[in-house]
Write a protein that binds this ligand. Sequence first.
Ligand code: GLU
Length: 280
Amino acid sequence: MVTRFAPSPNGQLHIGHAFSALCAHDFARAFGGRYHLRIEDIDGTRSRPEHIAGIIADMHWLGLQPDGDVQFQSQHTARYEEARDQLIAAGYLYRCGCTRSEIAEALKQKSVPHGPDGPHYPGTCRERPFNEDAAYCWRLDMEKALEAAGPLMWTDLAQGQQFADPMAFGDVVIWRKDAPASYHLAATVDDAADGITHVVRGKDLFAYTAIHRLLQHLLGLPEPIYWHHPLLLDRDGGKLAKRRSSPALSVRRLAGESGTALIDNLRQGTLMLGISLSDT
Ligand code: GLU
């Protein structure tokens, strides 16, 4: 079995990331499996080299050493292009030249379903002839893709069998205007390329698995098992993100705190949450 921790170097890691890495790491270790670190630096406008260096130093400090080389999405764009072209050839993608304000304008005229990421794309570019000069992204024609795929299921170790409902998101972007592949395409393709058998990640990404399951089906990729672990919450029940109550890991590291003590505390916390990694 192979798990991975896949942070985006768009900011400093905080304790929620340490918990996520710990879950993926200990889960693999509990079964004699391998644990990978994948840096999701596909978005050149948001990724920063100092955050990449910070992630690698934080993982070392925490004692969560990955097996094998650290993977970088920015080095695998050919892989994503190939997957995109496969989807284009099969007729599942269409070009969309809409700007944010055009979408907002179209949404005033048309009522559309709302999904976990907000209102669905109103479909303006689905049928209209494409202006070759415009910058464009590629969107998934969700109805068409689902017609071809039929009903899809996936398995979450904490919550059991799930019916995949990617329709809840509408025509999602698969290839971005301003950067290469979307998170959905890059993560799905990499999980298969890296032989990830168990995707361990936070519950905040639970709903996206429906899109990933559909992409696996359309691209003929293997289906991993998922475990969406609980999120660490602060005292007010809010998500423990970059809050004052949660200094960045690098701040704690540079202040001379012990990373392994922090991880041991988190391990005890996982036991208190009733998560036994070897039973999951
Ligand atoms: N890169 C994503 C993030 O930092 C996580 C991707 C994943 O685990 O699938 O939120």
